[in-house]
Design a protein around this ligand. Structure first.
Ligand SMILES: Cc1cc2nc3c(=O)[nH]c(=O)nc-3n(C[C@H](O)[C@H](O)[C@H](O)COP(=O)(O)OP(=O)(O)OC[C@H]3O[C@@H](n4cnc5c(N)ncnc54)[C@H](O)[C@@H]3O)c2cc1C
Length: 328
């Protein structure tokens, strides 16, 4: 079988690489970052739901992941209505979902892959194919030939390059001409280790998750997820006034500015933790580790052609779970 060229060493690309490693198939991962760390390092919890657990178990990773995570015992939602009244939604008991920090998950996945098959500093800028070969070219002048998997995230270069070529050839489904869009943005972060006597929620072996949904003048949703090592992961979702088209290429430069604006706008708001404002959570989070993210959505019809295929956020990017606050 031909070599598999995985473009992108994020969660999806790494999991595919582990599968190929276990099946003794030839592959290489090309990652644009120059150090092995998840783009959401610092900020970000990941909930490992029951859908993905059988695959992780088969790979022998499930127990390892559970060691550095907490089972989500329940999710309690507080809704703050327009007039300031408060209502407690029923508590949900979660099946077998557990939560962990993205850096921990990422590091465990990276450890499963031999270093010589995980190439850093390899930013793919273009993919091309004809009847016989598919090839991808990197910004450093190198190129790789084989079966190409675009695991390069929401702003996939592989998708962009493939779609341009299919469009020029009249082969792209018309539904894929539409750009990704977003109408929400999120700010995510993870506090430094907190004092358990002050924040009793983090003492528990379970993750008793708290959510606050505010439909007031400045609507928002905040999740607080107790983590291992006495940390609290939090995520603030803000609906935007309109729906925006995403640019073709991810714009990192606007991230810090967006984060600062969201911090300033929401500092004085209540968090789901009693007596704790969002500003307190921001201040308990190590400087420079918060991330602001547009909540892009795009469901693409074309996910493969010839020897090129897309996976993960590169092919199917939806944010249904975070729609706590809807625009009026
Ligand atoms: C705030 C937030 C919370 C979330 N919570 C959950 C959750 O609880 N559970 C869950 O299942 N999912 C969750 N998700 C979604 C999940 O994070 C994504 O679905 C997942 O990370 C997608 O993996 P991926 O490998 O497709 O892309 P990514 O993880 O984005 O990885 C893409 C990789 O490709 C690299 N790359 C990009 N362009 C190039 C290029 N041109 N050349 C080479 N490399 C490139 C990037 O550097 C990156 O390493 C959440 C997402 C967000 C933003």
């Amino acid at each position: 079988m031909e070599k598999v060229i995985i473009v992108g060493g994020g969660l999806g690309g790494l999991l595919l690489a582990i599968l190929l490693e276990r099946a003794s198939l030839d592959y290489v991962v090309l990652e644009r970052l120059t150090v092995a760390k998840h783009p959401l390092e610092g900020g970000g919890v990941i909930a490992i739901t029951s859908q993905i657990q059988p695959a992780l178990k088969q790979l022998g990773l499930l127990d390892k992941l559970k060691e550095v995570s907490k089972p989500i015992s329940r999710i309690t939602v507080h809704e703050v209505e327009q007039g300031g009244g408060k209502q407690m939604a029923p508590c949900g008991v979660i099946d077998s979902t557990f939560s962990m920090g993205r850096p921990e998950l990422y590091n465990i996945l990276v450890d499963q892959i031999p270093a010589e098959k995980f190439l850093l500093g390899k930013q793919v800028q273009e993919v091309r194919q004809n009847d016989k070969v598919a090839i991808c070219r990197c910004t450093d002048g190198s190129s790789y030939q084989g079966i190409i998997i675009g695991a390069d995230g929401a702003y996939s270069t592989v998708r962009l390059s493939l779609y341009h070529q299919l469009k020029d050839a009249g082969l792209l489904d018309a539904r894929d001409y539409k750009p990704m869009q977003y109408e929400q943005q999120a700010l995510v972060g993870m506090t430094r280790p907190l004092e358990p006597e002050q924040f009793t929620l983090i003492k528990s072996e379970h993750s008793d998750t708290r959510v606050l949904v505010s439909q007031g003048g400045k609507p928002f949703t905040v999740w607080c997820v107790p983590m291992t090592l006495n940390r609290m992961c939090w995520m603030l979702d803000q609906p935007l006034a309109e729906r925006y088209d995403c640019p073709d290429v991810e714009d990192f430069s606007s991230n810090q500015q967006r984060a600062n604006e969201m911090c300033a706008a929401y500092r004085s708001m209540q968090s789901p933790l009693e007596g704790v404002l969002l500003g307190d959570l921001f201040d308990m989070t190590p400087a420079g580790t918060m991330l602001a993210l547009p909540r892009e959505e795009g469901m693409f019809v074309t996910w493969t052609h010839g020897k090129i295929a897309l996976m993960g956020d590169g092919s199917d990017y939806s944010r249904q779970y975070c729609k706590g606050v809807r625009k009026q």
